[in-house]
Design a protein around this ligand. Structure first.
Ligand SMILES: [Zn+2]
Ligand SMILES: [Zn+2]
Length: 234
């Protein structure tokens, strides 16, 4: 998926190069999941126009974790919309300092090693810092868009969260806890591989019809079944 489109009736995917930003279209306001790289705002602004919304309609931004492709564009997004920012405290601390990465390792496999060495290691390591407004705890239902459940999924990063929105049959926003670039997979880099695997088992116990990945095409229909097949017995 490289271009913008509706994943479900209420979820719009904005292609921002390598990483998707998602618009959650509520009746009165719009919530955004992740902020993309620095420079992403004009793409989000254009996408808002395509769905008949304005920057002022964006009330809240939920950020899965501190990496440059998810939080790098947060400063400009917050400035343009005035929205509140929600994150787990551990990665909010990184974002408050404008630091994208803690020490990490590539997941096993040559492709992951190549990606880590040639893409992640060459990414900018800092971005404009943002003061996160709200720290989110695991299991908390964020009072946005009718309620969005946050689940702490550490491993890829210490403060990584996935978000579950119970509309359209249940939509999971995976951040980088999983990707769907070459089929459904765990993260290609992590701070702690065991925690990353534990987190995927935890997510596989949730109910969601649709999975929206930062990286890779969404799975629409029986998405939780795909997660369980891959990870529940792992
Ligand atoms: Zn990441
Ligand atoms: Zn990412």
């Amino acid at each position: 998926m490289t271009s913008e489109h509706l994943v479900t009736k209420h979820v719009y995917a904005v292609g921002t190069g390598d990483c998707h930003v998602f618009l959650l279209l509520g009746p009165e306001s719009v919530a955004v999941v992740d902020a993309g790289f620095p420079g992403t705002w004009p793409l989000v602004e254009q996408a808002l126009g395509e769905v008949g919304r304005t920057p002022g309609d964006v009330s809240d931004i939920l950020v899965t974790h501190c990496h440059i492709d998810h939080a790098g564009g947060l400063s400009e997004l917050k400035e343009a919309t005035g929205a509140r920012v929600w994150m787990h405290a551990a990665d909010a601390e990184m974002v408050g300092k404008g630091q994208a990465f803690r020490p990490w390792k590539a997941a096993p496999g040559l492709r992951n090693w190549w990606f880590a060495r040639h893409v992640v290691a060459k990414s900018p390591q800092t971005f404009p810092p943002v003061a996160v407004d709200k720290f989110v705890r695991s299991g908390e239902v964020i009072p946005v868009a009718g309620g969005i459940k946050a689940v702490h999924t550490p491993g890829h990063s210490a403060g990584h969260m996935v978000f579950l929105w119970p509309v359209d049959g249940g939509v999971l926003f995976t951040g980088d806890a999983a990707n769907n670039v070459r089929g459904l997979n765990g993260p290609n880099i992590f701070e702690d591989g065991k925690l990353a695997a534990d987190s995927l088992r935890k997510v596989s116990g949730e109910k969601f019809r649709v999975a929206c990945f930062a990286h890779g095409a969404p799975i629409v229909g029986n998405a939780d079944g795909h997660f369980r097949d891959k990870w529940s017995g792992a």
